[in-house]
Design a protein. Structure first.
Length: 190
């Protein structure tokens, strides 16, 4: 069994912001693989489904980003899911818009959602990193940037990245993190 976590913030004011790209990926996965409807549980919204022969739980923590680990640890503990079977999908400002990378473990890179998960279950989980780019002006407020919406011109690239992220989750579940990383390396968004 796998736990796939899409990171974001609850509330309509955060919908479709850069920081909520994990929620967007979770919604796409839910639709693509015909998961059950999301229901409230573990301080989050959770849906059940299957990818290949694997049972998969899809979680969107509703604790706000900096407390995401509370929701993740509750779901992982209840279902006895080890960190190596947890996949976290999140925004990454160090990657250009639409760039994707897969890895296991590592640092948080200053991402508060990852810091919270690290503190609650360790950092030995899988990550699908979706690039949202960095503010064009060094003086731009990072918080305003990640809580900002994608431009109309960026939407096509974002949609392509989300589709690739969903495919990478399937590859990871069926064949492991190295295969997912290779898949993303061979399928770059232009």
């Amino acid at each position: 069994m796998f736990l796939v976590v899409g990171l974001g913030n609850p509330g309509s004011q955060y919908k479709n912001t850069r920081h909520n790209i994990g929620f967007m990926a979770a919604d796409l996965i839910s639709d693509r693989y015909k998961f059950s409807p999301f229901k409230e549980k573990f301080e989050g919204l959770i849906a059940e489904g299957q990818i290949g022969s694997e049972k998969v739980l899809l979680l969107k923590p509703q604790t706000f980003m900096n407390e995401s680990g509370r929701s993740v640890v509750k779901a992982a503990f209840f279902y006895k899911i080890l960190p190596e079977n947890v996949i976290v999908i999140h925004d990454d400002m160090d990657l250009s818009l639409g760039q994707l990378k897969a890895k296991i473990g590592g640092g948080s890179g200053g991402h508060n959602g990852l810091k919270s998960i690290d503190a609650n279950i360790s950092n030995a989980y899988n990550r699908i990193r979706i690039g949202v780019g960095h503010p064009s002006h060094n003086t731009a407020d990072v918080i305003d940037y990640v809580l900002g919406h994608f431009s109309v011109s960026d939407k096509q690239k974002v949609d392509s990245a989300l589709s690739l992220a969903a495919q990478a989750v399937e590859v990871l579940i069926l064949n492991g993190i190295e295969s997912a990383s290779n898949f993303l390396g061979m399928n770059k968004i232009k």
